[in-house]
Design a protein around this ligand. Structure first.
Ligand code: FAD
Length: 515
């Protein structure tokens, strides 16, 4: 494969959406001939994995819903619309019970999180004061002087400073565990919730600042019928009839079916080494196929969506400072247990699920009430589906070494938690235990400085490589898609000077996925 190409490393949602946007933004340019996607596993979509059983029941093994009401969420909706997924969307509105009923575990009991305005004037477990007192504290507390914190502060410390330790322990801490499976005392507010810090720095109160930001109109950026519908109907989250796997599947189908498509997608193709030629500004990527063939691909530009630690492994040895900087971005392991019970073992309107604050004596991070969130995935069967999340930052403490973890132990913890917290004593009719290694990057304190260092080093080596993917600037699926879009757009702008004959917009035609 000696042809000049732009090569995308990794066939997760970041890599696939990057290829999609490159094709979209660069289709009139002749600066390169091909966009090649290289994925090591047989599966395309990375962590997006929907398991559909023989009887049509679906279980999500990775992410289960995407947030809608953010710029990144609207962008992902626009992508879904562009690739023909509009009619496949299953949305949850902000008025539904799934959104309104969310719980935290306090003293082994589920306690509902406040959702109504009236809740502000009530004193509710586990808080010792009426919630309005915490709002007043935030309004009265002077804004943070970030220079005192070496320009970064943990989510926990930020919350404790602004609204006190109770809200930090029972709201921000479980939120961090739910989103990142991480420790709120280690995670950076600047990297994980930049909008909260920005709101605080701009308005002196993160609550006031967030309210002001929410009222700003984002429709102009994504004026599409689907986004308009999402806004008009107050969509909070969404998935697809085929599960989230439908997104990478349709993306691949769409990209490969464009007539004269410049995109080639190779799964079962592990990137082993990358050699950069600083003078010619090109690189040679060596991949290994299942037949143990080593193939070299010349790339005029690389978009790496590999997790930072994976990229570190394939860089040349003399780039050890860059590998070290990439390895400084830590990840956590997580066990996910999908359970299926016969009959209705919980009410249909039980809500989204619950999260467990780290101050509670529990082995789990939380449980999602899948049958309530996506009843469609029960496929008409009289069953209840739940997912138990275990581990994250506490994986080794609870389950031991990830290489030797015993699946039965994981299952037992899940079943014991379901019995204890949800009073479900029956045995599941089916279960799936998945051990996800290095699945969620942790944006620990100093994450932005690490990103800056990585950026400086890629410049120092004049690398023809752009870094995208969950390791860096946002790891939710919509964040990943949005960052891939920005990267492709910026590359397209950079090479515009090289452009020559305009090319027609590709039309639809079937093509095969390359193996
Ligand atoms: C259990 C779980 C639940 C989650 N829940 C949600 C949720 O509800 N909502 C949400 O928005 N987000 C959620 N997330 C986060 C989100 O799913 C991920 O952050 C996102 O999918 C990451 O996409 P990515 O393409 O950047 O990385 P990945 O999905 O990790 O893709 C990288 C790809 O690179 C490949 N690769 C690695 N090394 C090589 C190599 N040497 N050569 C070739 N290929 C290689 C990998 O096989 C992989 O396919 C969840 C994540 C997990 C794990």
């Amino acid at each position: 494969m000696a042809t000049q190409a732009v090569v995308v490393l990794g066939g997760g949602i970041s890599g696939l959406s990057c290829a999609y946007y490159l094709q979209k933004f660069c289709r009139h340019l002749t600066a390169f001939q091909k966009i090649i996607v290289l994925e090591s596993s047989s599966h395309l979509g990375g962590w997006l994995k929907t398991c559909e059983l023989d009887d049509g029941v679906k279980h999500e093994l990775g992410p289960r819903t995407l947030r809608s009401a953010t710029n990144q969420g609207y962008n992902a909706l626009t992508l879904a619309e562009d690739i023909g997924l509009t009619d496949e969307i299953l949305a949850t509105t902000s008025k539904s019970n799934v959104v309104k009923k969310r719980f935290i575990l306090v003293d082994n009991e589920l306690v509902a999180l406040p959702t109504k305005l009236i809740d502000l004037f009530r004193k509710r477990k586990p808080f010792s004061k009426r919630l309005i007192s915490y709002v007043i504290k935030d309004l009265k507390t002077p804004k943070l002087d970030l220079s005192q914190y070496e320009d970064d502060i943990s989510v926990y410390d930020f919350a404790e400073y602004r609204v006190g330790s109770e809200v930090a322990n029972y709201f921000f801490d479980p939120l961090c565990r739910g989103i990142t499976a991480g420790n709120s005392k280690k995670l950076s507010i600047m990297s994980l919730f930049p909008q909260l810090l920005r709101a605080e720095q701009e308005s002196g109160s993160f609550i006031m600042g967030s309210v002001l930001n929410t009222s700003r109109d984002s429709t102009q950026m994504y004026a599409s019928p689907l986004v308009n519908k999402a806004m008009a109907n107050h969509w909070s989250t969404y998935t697809f009839r085929g599960g989230l796997q439908a997104l990478p599947n349709r993306l691949c189908d769409h990209m490969l079916s464009l007539k004269g498509s410049p995109i080639e997608i190779y799964n079962n193709s592990t990137v082993n080494t990358i050699k950069f030629n600083e003078t010619s500004k090109s690189s040679v990527i060596t991949i290994t196929t299942p037949e143990d063939n080593n193939i070299e691909i010349e790339a005029q530009h690389i978009f790496s969506s590999l997790p930072a630690y994976s990229l570190a492994k394939v860089l040349p040895k003399d780039y050890s400072d860059l590998s070290e900087a990439l390895n400084a971005i830590k990840t956590v392991n997580m066990a996910v247990v999908n359970l299926e019970f016969k009959g209705k073992v919980m009410a249909d309107d039980s809500g989204f699920g619950f999260l467990v604050p780290s101050c509670e004596d529990s082995k789990i991070l939380g449980i999602v009430f899948d049958s309530c969130v996506t009843p469609e995935f029960n496929a008409g069967h009289d069953i209840t589906r739940l997912t138990v999340m275990i581990g994250g930052e506490w994986f080794e403490e609870i389950l031991g070494d990830v290489d030797t973890v015993d699946e039965q132990t994981v299952l037992n913890i899940a079943l014991e938690s379901v019995r204890l917290y949800l009073k479900i004593d029956s045995k599941p009719i089916r279960h799936i235990v998945t051990i996800n290694r290095n699945c969620i990057p942790q944006y620990h304190l100093g994450h932005q400085q690490r990103i800056q260092r990585i950026d400086e080093l890629t410049k120092k080596y004049s690398m023809n490589m752009t870094l995208i993917g969950a390791s860096y600037q946002g790891f939710s699926v919509p964040d990943c898609i949005y960052n891939s879009k920005l990267a492709a757009e910026s590359y397209s702008n950079a090479i515009k000077g090289v452009t020559s004959q305009p090319q027609p917009e590709p039309s639809l035609e079937r093509n095969q996925l390359k193996q």
